[in-house]
Design a protein around this ligand. Structure first.
Ligand code: BES
Ligand code: ZN
Length: 584
């Protein structure tokens, strides 16, 4: 019974799904999807077929003629969910499961009208990575198995459905609307995505448009207007864009991530709307996933670093091409800082600081960190340093070409790299990055003029003159580098001069609040209290709640705020924060 992915019931000796045909009616009243899915297998088959499910209410399983098929639903396991085992009679290639989702489905967040920008309509969205697709559709929820799909969503007429797929048509047969989508390129299940709400769009270029609630549309269009140029730069670096369109969806503030690379329709947190395009590196990151992640995919969460570190590397190459080497170096330095914080966080669990992880019995969401992003990035930079940019670019292209529309393991990657760049893995001590905790001393450090300038001002209250022309990235790094024991007087002096507590740049604001909370600076507490109620992005919630929770004086406050706001957060974020707040 070979189970190759520790986070899926998929049995690799059983037939694989080729396509899905999904029909779902969105019921905002009961917070359920009433759905059926038809799975077509790669070949006609017989015997048991194991599917992943989580909290699904399975009504029936039938064959192509509507004849019931025997099935068993195993009791739920905390991380995996419930195994749905269907007994296939000989020669069966298609089966249909009728079911409904739970109001607590881990992938879904149902928002009430007051939780949206417009305040008039409800909103629903999905977040399937890492292993939440199974709470929406019973399927083989492992990135090893790619599927094509068709979908039809039934929804209230006042609303619009968008999917990470190609739009086919909208019908309004009765009191409700039906929207049809089709995904012709095969995707791993974690890239299945949709949203339903009051949504409008604006074209940004021949291949891109931005979607948002009408109230936010102009702001979003202005922030992301350069996306077409970004797309062309990315193609010049990594080869043709294979997904036809690169649309953007500005999410409600409770979206738990900065961005999610859903193919054809990247989901973005509204905290990117800084008004000055200063946070578009997140767009570059999600775009880069179109090659590294969506074309070339990690075989399981144990090889997640393959998705993210290649994408961070690609993101910074795009950034370098658009904004210059200095800006890219600043981002690398911020990344290095976040890596140190993550290593510190996992001090008691060094085995979780390796790139190639072993996660049987571990929920990927619980161990999500910057380590696979930034430690892997350092290794790739080290490799580039050894062979030179030109050779490394050739290698990158070949990597993408070789594994496009496939999933690979770290071991596959090592074998490929040994073949293409013989000896390089040994030269950079890849063994240490992949299998040993911490960061090798030989890891490259970003260098640049602006970084040196910042180094000089570290830990001071700089004059207005000294910081003239600083970008938000420089400010963020300045704040990240502030010593942990910075006095409250110094914090106050900084705030009086630079007004950080009022910053409209969410990265700058959160870096500031964390530093200022450490110094028990009262205005920071007040701002943190309101901010935690406005935003559901985990990258911000976690450090802020941690900062509060780790301070004796603020611990009760952290609990109180979480109780007040938990309803607003996505189920994944809620779970993550419960972990933090239950720490001793
Ligand atoms: N795919 C990730 C988000 C993710 C990872 C969701 C794991 C669920 C499980 C996305 O591409 C990402 O990395 N987002 C970052 C952007 C940043 C690195 C520029 C984020 O959300 O902060
Ligand atoms: Zn990513």
């Amino acid at each position: 019974m070979p189970r190759l992915d520790p986070h899926s019931y998929n049995d690799s000796t059983q037939p694989e799904t080729e396509t899905l045909d999904w029909k779902a009616r969105v019921d905002f009243r009961t917070r359920r999807l009433h759905a059926e899915v038809t799975l077509t297998l790669k070949e006609a088959s017989a015997g048991p077929l194991d599917l992943d499910t989580r909290e699904l209410d399975i009504r029936a399983v039938v064959d192509g003629q509507g004849k019931p098929l025997p099935f068993t639903l195993s009791p739920p396991e905390p991380i995996l969910g419930s195994r749905l085992r269907v007994e296939l009679p000989p020669g069966l290639r298609q089966l249909t499961v009728r079911y409904r989702t739970s109001p607590q489905a881990s992938a879904l967040q149902w928002l009430t009208p007051p939780q949206t920008a417009g305040g008039q309509h409800p909103f629903l969205f999905s977040q399937c990575q890492a292993i939440h697709a199974r709470s929406v559709i019973p399927l083989q929820d492992t990135p090893r198995i790619r599927i094509r799909y068709k979908a039809a969503l039934t929804l209230p007429k006042a609303l619009k459905a968008v999917m990470a797929a190609g739009f086919v048509r909208r019908e309004e047969p009765g009191v409700e609307a039906v929207e049809h989508y089709e995904m012709p390129q095969p995707i791993p299940p974690y890239l299945l995505a949709f949203a339903v709400g009051s949504l409008a769009c604006k074209d940004l270029g021949p291949r891109s448009r931005v979607w948002a609630e009408p109230e936010l549309l102009e702001e979003a269009a202005a922030e992301f207007e350069d996306v077409d140029a970004m797309l062309r730069v990315a193609e010049s670096l990594f080869g043709p864009y294979e997904w036809e369109r690169f649309d953007l969806l500005t999410m409600p503030p409770s979206f738990p991530y900065g961005g999610m690379e859903n193919p054809r329709l990247t989901f973005l947190t509204p905290t990117l709307l800084a008004g000055d395009k200063s946070l578009v590196n997140v767009v570059a990151h999600e775009l880069a996933h179109s090659w590294t992640g969506n074309l070339v995919t990690n075989a399981s969460a144990e090889h997640f670093w393959l998705n993210e570190s290649f994408t961070v590397f690609a993101e910074r190459r795009i950034l370098e091409a658009l904004a210059g080497k200095e800006e890219a170096a600043l981002h690398a330095a911020i990344g290095r800082r976040s890596l140190e914080t993550a290593l510190e966080h996992f001090r008691a669990h060094p085995q979780l600081t390796v790139l190639r992880t072993h996660l049987a019995g571990i929920d990927p969401d619980d161990v999500f960190s910057q380590i696979p992003y930034e430690k892997g990035y350092l290794m790739l930079c080290a490799m580039e340093g050894v062979v030179g940019r030109e050779a490394f670019d050739v290698y990158l292209r070949k990597y993408i070409d070789t594994f496009r529309f496939q999933a690979l393991t770290t071991e596959d990657w090592v074998a490929f790299t040994e073949r293409e760049l013989p000896g390089v893995l040994a030269k950079v001590n890849a063994e240490a990055y992949l299998h040993q905790p911490g960061v090798p001393d030989s890891a490259p450090t970003p260098r640049s003029g602006r970084l040196e300038e910042l180094q000089r001002l570290k830990g001071t209250v700089p004059s207005a003159e000294a910081v003239k022309g600083w970008t938000p990235t420089e400010w963020q790094l300045f704040l990240e580098w502030m010593p942990a024991d910075t006095s409250r007087d110094m914090i106050r002096a900084l705030d009086e001069r630079f007004r950080f507590t009022q910053s409209h740049n969410s990265e700058v604001l959160v870096s500031w609040l964390v530093a200022a909370l450490r110094a028990h600076y009262a205005p920071a507490l007040e701002r943190a209290e309101s901010f935690l109620g406005e935003v559901g992005r985990m990258k911000y919630l976690k450090p802020l709640y941690s900062a509060l929770h780790s301070t004796q004086e603020y611990r009760a406050k952290a609990r109180e705020l979480f109780q007040r706001y938990a309803e607003r957060y996505h189920p994944i974020a809620r779970q993550g924060l419960e972990n933090i707040l239950s720490r001793a």
